[in-house]
Design a protein around this ligand. Structure first.
Ligand code: CTP
Ligand code: CA
Length: 225
């Protein structure tokens, strides 16, 4: 079930995609980040564009090339990412949240560089807003909301919990168990889980092919509305 780019099945639809890591500032020279490359989100943005959607990409720091015609919003922190998503959510028909958003951020930003002192140092962190869960609460029945789940254990149960808790239409479970899948690779091993519990397990594939598979499910969801 490949989609035909010539048919532009997503024409007239607006899509919001998030990608990349977030950087949470500690002081003027340091941050807390993660190893997300942004590749998955950029591939989804490109595929949605090829299929005719008008695409906005909210991206944390990434070296990926921005697909031509995609509207890029550069963000750094989880708070920036939330603001960008809030600006575009209501007007979007399709929302795909592939960013690796920090769960915690320093509870206070230090205006001056923190100097080293004791051997043991700890930094207080506070929870960030769960952007996807926030959008899930605001979602109308004309929107398609897709989340990701990155798991190392109890994969299916954890992903199903996120699908229900965040009110998603489907979730893309990223298996980190096998070599060649995950953050800085060009391939991913995914399972798509739908609201009715249906599971679609895919082979290890390029992120471009994974993006295609995700778009097939998005189109099926649009047809079910
Ligand atoms: N997500 C988000 N905002 C956050 C944290 C996560 O929007 N502050 C989104 C991610 O973009 C992803 C989904 O939630 O689509 C799942 O992210 P993941 O880290 O797997 O799950 P969490 O709910 O953060 O749970 P945990 O990290 O504890 O497993
Ligand atoms: Ca998380």
């Amino acid at each position: 079930s490949e989609l035909n780019e010539v048919d532009k099945p997503f024409s007239g639809l607006k899509a919001l995609v998030t990608a990349g890591p977030t950087y949470e500032a500690i002081d003027p020279v340091r941050f807390i980040g993660n190893h997300s490359s942004g590749k998955m989100g950029y591939a989804v943005a490109k595929r949605l564009r090829d299929l005719g959607a008008t695409v906005t990409l909210a991206s944390g720091p990434s070296h990926e090339i921005v697909p031509e015609g995609v509207d890029l919003i550069k963000v750094r922190s989880a708070a920036d990412m939330l603001a960008a998503c809030q600006d575009h959510f209501q007007s979007s028909h399709i929302v795909v949240m592939s960013a690796a958003v920090a769960d915690y951020t320093p509870s206070e930003y230090a205006d001056q560089k923190i100097k080293k002192k004791e051997d043991l140092f700890s930094l207080p962190l506070k929870r960030t807003t769960d952007i996807l869960a926030t959008l899930g609460q605001q979602k109308t029945d004309q929107q398609t909301l897709v989340g990701f789940a990155l798991e190392t254990n109890d994969e299916l149960a954890n992903a199903k919990g996120k699908l229900a808790r965040k009110n998603l239409d489907f979730i893309v479970l990223n298996s980190m168990k096998d070599a060649g899948a995950g953050f800085s690779t060009d391939t991913n091993h995914i399972t798509i889980i739908e609201r009715d519990g249906q599971e679609h397990r895919y082979e290890l594939k390029s992120k471009d092919e994974v993006a295609s598979d995700i778009c097939v499910h998005i189109l099926a969801h649009r047809h079910s509305l």
